[in-house]
Structures are given as structure tokens and as C-alpha cells.
Design a protein around this ligand. Structure first.
Ligand SMILES: [Cu+2]
Length: 489
């Protein structure tokens, strides 16, 4: 079940693949393109709509019944661009999938029925999950079958998300729509009085490009999927030219003059954002990937790499009715530089608040570190022949090699992460303790590394024994070998 999948070879020799990649060093796919994102833009072949003309969709919310949530992965045809049909792969046929609302500490079973014509794997991103339910990339749900994923959820309230994690094809599968949010709450969070109900809204942000027929355009090197990987130009990552929020292009949300809580998720394959608001509005960040900060963090801009989440409150209460507040992406201009717009349409009462103290996070003692690991995310020597030149490696190895390391349950580790280009790094099972605002500790499951960057994170090895993956969350990098496995013993 956890053995490498059998692959077909491109026919390029390893040396030729190395040459192909090195020849491209310095081109836009390697260095990024001046936009702060690593990858190459695929221009849409249909006219894109005027920004801020479509209403923001709110994904349907589902809660467990007797601890169970049912999801069906299936194809469906939806209207993403006005007047056109786009075929998606979606949970319950929607993109994003339904928002799961669940309680931390209460076991959740997600019963997934695969009505697709391809293998899928479900991963609860940020979940502390036993290995047999974590969505190991080769532990697939084949078409026509049902699989129960059991999540103990012995963790803090947090804005998690769920998505496909199939070996070699996570990029095209997520791009086609297999992603949704899973918001965990608990007593601590509920007691804070943050905006709730219709003023607690997930914002799933991603970029897409469209083919001439309105389909999502994804440059698989072999559309029949006989072999994995994307065309060489996109080995650095696929960047779309249309920004979708909750599946709609540059949408508009009509808001009360009140505080709102937004659960921001960057569900893009490769694009990074630096979000900003105009009209003097700011983000008050109350939480990260893995739950509440100790105290609110007022930010004029908010960087968000692939898979990162930010739990924020935006206060529209001082803005006159009729005010339009635009959320932009400061890393880019044109279409990718716009995200969505809020339009203040009415005054309203608001009894929400943002307390000065949100949570208490136990600061880990660096003196208790048992093991320090160096993990280098870069173009490497192996994997190229499988993927037409893609050779993204971790410490020079890939998923097809042995465990990159074995950790001991109950110990504290320090991971020193280094990179060549932009890589958002994500590990399954474990969280990373990082520096939050004013030196307070904060929890993340994905850390965004810049080109040539070096970051240290403290990693408590907690939860379960077994085998898990560690990978870049640029999904083209992940599919093209920047994923390894580690074991907890
Ligand atoms: Cu990467």
C-alpha cells in the first residue's frame, strides 16, 4: 500500500533531463517572474469577466450527523465564468467543496465515495491523524468505492482544509476542484465573541486559467495520465490569470457596516499573494494555520503562500454605506493583482469583539530539542527521468527513496529548512512552532520559504506512530518529486 507506484519513463536519460532543467535556470519558471510567485503564467484563451461583477458564493456548510459527514467526489459542470460551463472534479460536485464545521476533540468520520473515473486520496490538511487515515499518497480510493476516514481531531480549534493528495496528480486534481475547508471550533474559541454566523465566512482564494471551451487549463505532459508531470515551462509552478474566491472570479461581497471574520485560505497550486485592503481597512489576524494567536495582530498586508491560512477580522463599522473596499494582491498587477471587493450596503448592530488576549500558547524550550535536522528543498539529482526534467528534491532524495528520517514519538525536534527558490513547506501530522507577533509563539503547518531562505522551526513529534509525508505545497513541485516520507517510531 505504501510502496512506490509503478511509473512509465519519459525516455529522456537522467543526464538529458538535468540538462533540460539547468538550461531553464534563469528563465521565468525557475526564478519566478518578478511577481513573488514561483512559476509561469498560462494565459486564458477566453475573455475574462470584469472584476467585481459576480457575487461571492458561500460554500454550503455541513456538520457531522452522529459523527459522520458524507462526501462524494464527482465530476460536475458548473458556471465559473458568466455564461460558460466549466467541468470540475468536486466534493459533492461543488468547487470549493462544502465547508465542514466540526468540534476539536470530537471524532469525525468522513465517508468518501469516489464517483470519479480516477483514483483519489483525501487528506485533512493540518489534522493530527493516524497514518491509515491521513491520506498517504499511494493509499488510494479507487473509483466506485467508499472509504471511511477517521479523524480523532485531538487538537486546537483551527481553520483546516481538505483536498486530494493522490500520488503524482495532486496538482491537476486540486486544480480541477478537489478542495474545501474544514473549520474546527472549541470552547476557548467560542468564548471569545469573534464575529460569527453570517459574519464568519471562508474565503478560498486560488488562481485558474481557462481553455477556449471554458475548461480549467492544466498543462499535463500526458493528458491520458500515462505518466505524471507538466510541460517543462510549468515545472516551477502553474500560475493562472484569473483569481477565484470561493470559485467565483474577482467576486463582490455585500457587507454590513460591522466586523467580519474571514478564514483566508490560499488554495492555489503555485501562486503566492500579499493581500491588502484599501480605504484604510486592515486585517486583524486572530489565528494562523493551526489556531488562535496569543493576541490580535493588526496588519496592513498579509502574505499567504500555497496552503497557508489566516484567520482575520475586518472591521467595516466605521465605513459609510456605499463604501467599496477592494482586496488586492500586491505581488502582482493586472488580473492577478485583484482579488475581491467588499461593498458596505447597510448599517447594522454588532455585538462581536476582538479581545486583547486570544489564547495561551506554551512556548517550547529550545533546550529540550532532542534532534536537529537539516532539510534542503531544491532542484536535485534524482527524479528527472520520471517527470520530463522535474527534479525537485528534499535533501537530494524523493518519495521513491527510503524515509528521509525517523523521529521518536514524544520528543522535540528542530528543523532547519533551506531552499533554492520559493517553497511553502508542509509536514503531515506535526505542527511547527514559529515566532508570531511581538515574539509570541504561534503554530503553523506550512511555512513559506523565500528564495535562498533559511528558517528554523520547533517540531514536537506528537500524535501517532507511522509513516507520513513532508513536501513542498507548490503542487507542481510536489507532484514532481519534492515530497519525501518520514516515520514516527
Ligand atoms: Cu516548492
Amino acid at each position: 500500500m505504501m510502496s512506490p507506484t509503478r511509473r512509465t519513463f519519459l525516455g529522456l536519460s537522467g543526464a538529458a533531463a538535468v540538462t533540460a532543467v539547468l538550461a531553464a535556470v534563469g528563465s521565468d519558471w525557475f526564478t519566478g517572474n518578478g511577481t513573488g510567485s514561483h512559476g509561469a503564467l498560462l494565459p486564458s484563451r477566453v475573455p475574462l469577466p470584469e472584476p467585481f461583477t459576480t457575487a461571492l458564493p458561500i460554500p454550503r456548510e455541513i456538520t457531522p450527523t452522529d459523527g459522520v459527514v458524507d462526501l462524494v467526489a464527482r465530476r460536475s459542470a458548473v458556471e465559473v465564468l458568466p455564461g460558460r460551463t466549466t467541468e470540475i472534479l468536486g466534493y459533492d460536485g461543488t468547487f470549493p467543496g462544502p465547508t465542514i464545521r466540526a468540534r476539536a476533540g470530537e471524532p469525525l468520520r468522513v465517508r468518501l465515495r469516489n464517483e470519479l473515473d480516477l483514483d483519489t486520496v483525501l487528506h485533512l490538511h493540518g489534522g493530527v491523524t493516524p497514518p491509515e487515515h491521513d491520506g498517504y499518497p499511494t493509499d488510494v480510493v479507487v473509483p466506485g468505492t467508499v472509504r471511511d476516514y477517521d479523524y480523532p481531531l485531538g487538537q486546537r480549534a483551527a481553520p483546516l482544509w481538505y483536498h486530494d493528495h493522490a500520488m503524482d496528480f495532486t496538482g491537476p486534481n486540486v486544480y480541477a476542484g478537489l478542495a474545501g475547508m474544514a473549520l474546527l471550533t472549541d470552547d476557548e474559541e467560542e468564548a471569545l465573541g469573534l464575529p460569527s454566523g453570517e459574519r464568519d465566512i471562508p474565503l478560498v482564494i486560488c488562481d485558474r486559467s481557462f481553455d477556449a471551451d471554458g475548461a480549467f487549463a492544466y498543462p499535463l505532459i500526458d493528458p491520458s495520465r500515462g505518466r505524471p508531470g507538466v510541460e517543462l515551462r510549468y515545472h516551477g509552478g502553474l500560475l493562472g490569470d484569473c483569481v477565484l474566491v470561493n470559485g467565483a472570479p474577482w467576486p463582490v461581497l455585500e457587507v454590513d457596516a460591522a466586523r467580519y471574520r474571514f478564514r483566508l485560505l490560499n488554495a492555489s497550486n503555485a501562486r503566492r499573494y500579499e493581500l491588502a485592503l484599501d480605504q484604510g481597512a486592515t486585517f486583524t489576524q486572530v489565528g494562523t494555520d493551526l489556531g488562535l494567536l496569543e493576541k490580535p495582530w493588526v496588519r496592513s498586508t498579509l502574505p499567504l503562500a500555497g496552503a497557508e491560512r489566516a484567520d482575520v477580522v475586518v472591521d467595516f463599522s466605521d465605513l459609510p454605506v456605499g463604501t467599496e473596499v477592494t482586496m488586492t494582491n500586491r505581488l502582482d498587477g493586472g488580473g492577478p493583482g485583484q482579488v475581491m471587493r467588499f461593498r458596505v450596503v447597510r448599517t447594522a448592530s454588532d455585538d462581536s469583539r476582538v479581545p486583547d488576549r486570544l489564547s495561551t500558547i506554551e512556548r517550547l524550550d529550545p533546550g529540550a530539542v532532542a534532534v536537529t535536522r537539516d532539510l534542503h528543498f531544491a532542484l536535485g539529482p534524482t527524479g528527472g527521468a520520471h517527470h520530463g526534467g522535474g527534479m525537485w528534491n528534499v535533501n537530494g532524495i524523493t518519495f521513491h527513496d527510503g524515509d528521509v528520517f525517523t523521529s521518536r514519538l514524544g520528543t522535540l525536534e528542530r528543523w532547519r529548512l533551506t531552499t533554492d527558490v520559493h517553497h511553502p513547506i508542509h509536514a503531515h501530522l506535526v505542527g511547527f512552532q514559529v515566532e508570531g507577533p511581538d515574539g509570541t509563539p504561534a503554530w503553523k503547518d506550512t511555512v513559506d520559504l523565500r528564495p535562498g531562505d533559511a528558517r528554523e522551526v520547533l517540531v514536537p513529534i506528537e500524535g501517532y506512530r507511522g509513516q507520513y509525508v513532508l513536501h513542498c505545497h507548490n503542487l507542481e513541485h510536489e507532484d514532481m518529486m519534492m515530497m519525501v516520507h518520514f516515520s514516527v517510531a
